[in-house]
Design a protein around this ligand. Structure first.
Ligand code: ADP
Length: 611
């Protein structure tokens, strides 16, 4: 490895452990020092036990004394067992506080991940980087931070114990120290190299494991259940899953074989060292240059060193593995926000809906070369019903995301009440919009909660709840539910009920109509709703808008024709705009779409009449 790479890697490792220490300190404060103190005490009591054992044997095997004449070294025996007891007590206390530490860190890290995840820019979720950082950190499971804590403390305590053992050994017979030191360093280097290789293999396997997990999920998730049965996809998915798992398993087994081989090699080295050390000490004893107590304690302590060395290597290998997790965790937690408040954001206190304007806005998604929107100029006035029409992929949903500042435009501005939206307090700004996206969220909560989510921080208002559910048609859905608005909308839980797509849309529409926002933005709000119900929803839509500005995306021209003003999007550009009559007179895309839909409608009617 080149020297500069070695230094960089050492610096990165030091930086990583500085962050881990800061994380431990932030999550538990003084308890961290308590655990450190207990760990040091446990090691000291362990070593003290060996020294007391030596004194006890010395007391019993005095030169010239026989077994009959020797005094029983009561004090030394008491010391040996007191040290043993003290080491067990501190071990138990340290284990308890380490477990507590694990829980604290676990909750702290999971809370930090969740807090960051709900605040992070939407663009983050579009990038593969998301899967590499948050997704892996999340997939590692909620117990992972606790496992890191336990690995750090095991590593620390075995390293301390090994150092102490070396010091005690040096005081007994310093000449065996270099042999032990060299052997330990060689074993450690070999094991670390093996760990590094294992880590690299594991990293390559993550993709394959994720693919297998994805296949496993498809076979058990409700959303795929219909197609899997209708198209008999079971055997196909199962075979793919098995192939992936077999390949992953074979690679893991190969790593396990490598590990076993290295363990056997290490055990052989350990045994040879033990034989060498014992022979050397016994020879010393025969020559009268070593006491029997020194021989016994040196052998016992070398055996203990072997287990401490094993523990150290094991926890180091786990820590090596943790590095990937920790790096990704810190990368995610330290990720700077791209959309955030400027130093002194403008507050909003408007009694009425203002005008909003997209002023020459262009935008492309992160990592994409294509512009999703180009030079868009669009106005929504108070109490104005604006419609947005266009084919799939023309940029309609993207336009809404920019209006709500889920993304910032690369060019142009979003003007809100004649202010650049960038200067306005972000959370207050977003509260001005009631939005339903095509892929609105369906929560496994009660129907009432599903509707109230858009105003969850405000006190319940029966009146506005009733108005929103009546205007959206959701009241009829609620009436049919077994426990009314308290029915859980998912069959994931007992007594839950699954709704149809159209029924869900009515619930989502009620969610959007509930808050007293300044703009109502609906992205294909009635695509799954039958035409009669849709007509009812858009009947008196102006009254339902209640002074708000509205932007509605729909493919149904029966809805769109009621709009005050319509924009037609194609490939990210506004290609036509005007009132329904203007656009029909113009005879462009809108007029053609309208003609096609009216034809289809008439043919349908004729079909039904003929049957
Ligand atoms: P529409 O709502 O009109 O169907 P969208 O606004 O969803 O269209 O998409 C406009 C264009 O932006 C499409 O070409 C689409 O592929 C692309 N696009 C949409 N979402 C993303 C995304 N998260 N990342 C990259 N490209 C996207």
């Amino acid at each position: 490895m080149p020297k500069s790479t070695l230094f960089r890697s050492a610096r990165q490792t030091a930086e990583l452990w500085r962050k881990v220490f800061a994380l431990l300190k932030n999550s538990q404060g003084p308890q961290l020092y308590l655990v450190l103190g207990l760990t040091i005490l446990e090691v000291l009591f362990n070593l003290g036990g060996f020294i007391a054992l030596k004194l006890m044997i010395d007391g019993f095997v005095k030169p010239g004394a026989t077994a009959q004449t020797a005094d029983l070294p009561l004090w030394e025996i008491t010391f040996v067992f007191s040290f043993y007891l003290a080491s067990r007590l501190t071990h138990a206390a340290a284990a308890y506080f380490r477990a507590a530490q694990g829980f604290l860190v676990c909750d702290f890290v999971n809370h930090a991940i969740q807090e960051k995840a709900v605040k992070t820019d939407l663009s983050f979720f579009d990038s593969p980087e998301y899967y590499d950082s948050l997704e892996r950190a999340r997939q590692a499971g909620p117990q992972r931070p606790a496992a890191v804590v336990s690995n750090v403390s095991n590593c620390l305590s075995s390293a301390l114990l090994l150092t102490g053992i070396l010091v005690v050994l040096a005081s007994i017979e310093w000449r065996i120290l270099p042999v032990l030191l060299i052997a330990s360093v060689v074993i450690l280097i070999v094991q670390l190299e093996l760990m590094r290789r294992r880590f690299l293999h594991q990293r390559q396997l993550i993709q394959q494991e994720r693919q297998a997990a994805y296949l496993g999920w498809i076979m058990t998730a409700q959303s795929f259940a219909k197609e899997i049965r209708l198209w008999c996809l079971g055997p196909f998915l199962n075979t793919r899953f098995k192939e992936k798992r077999r390949s992953v398993r074979q690679k893991y087994l190969m790593m396990e074989r490598q590990k076993s081989r290295s363990e056997v090699a290490v055990s052989f080295i350990g045994v040879f060292i033990m034989i060498g050390v014992s022979s050397f000490l016994l020879r010393q004893y025969h020559h009268g240059t070593a006491l029997i107590s020194e021989v016994i304690v040196a052998l016992l302590i070398t055996l203990r060193a072997e287990t401490a060395g094993r523990d150290l290597v094991l926890s180091l290998s786990k820590l090596y593995d943790d590095r990937l997790y920790l790096n990704q965790l810190f990368q995610f937690l330290e990720r700077p926000a791209q959309i955030e408040d400027q130093p002194a954001p403008l507050p909003i206190s408007l009694p009425r809906a203002p005008k909003i304007r997209l002023d020459n806005v262009s935008f492309s998604y992160p990592g994409s070369q294509e512009l999703a929107l180009r030079g868009i100029n669009l106005d929504i006035h108070p109490n104005q019903f604006v419609a947005l029409v266009g084919g799939n992929g023309s940029g309609k949903t993207t336009l809404i995301k920019l209006l709500c500042r889920l993304y910032e435009p690369q060019e142009g501005k979003v003007m809100f009440a004649d202010h650049d939206a960038k200067h306005i307090n972000l959370s207050q700004y977003r509260k001005q919009f009631s939005v339903i996206f095509q892929d609105f969220s369906r929560y496994a909560f009660s129907a009432s909660d599903n509707i109230r989510l858009s105003e969850i921080t405000k006190p319940k208002s029966v009146k506005s709840f009733r108005t929103a559910t009546t205007q959206s048609g959701a009241s009829e859905v609620l009436e049919r539910l077994p426990k009314g608005d308290q029915t859980v909308l998912s069959n994931m839980f007992d007594d839950g009920v699954e709704l149809s797509g159209g029924e869900w849309q009515k619930i989502a529409l009620a969610r959007a109509l509930l808050p007293k926002s300044k703009f109502l933005i609906l992205d294909e709000p009635t695509s799954a709703i039958d035409p009669n119900a849709e007509a009812e929803i858009f009947n008196d839509f102006k009254q339902k808008m209640n002074g708000r500005g509205a932007l509605v995306i729909s493919h149904r021209l029966s809805t769109i024709r009621q709009a005050d003003y319509t924009y037609v999007l194609e490939k990210g550009r506004i290609v036509e705009e005007g009132t329904h009559d203007d656009l029909i007179t113009h005879g462009g895309i809108y007029a053609q779409m309208f003609k096609k839909q009216s034809h289809a409608f008439q043919e349908n009617d004729l079909d039904i009449a003929l049957r």
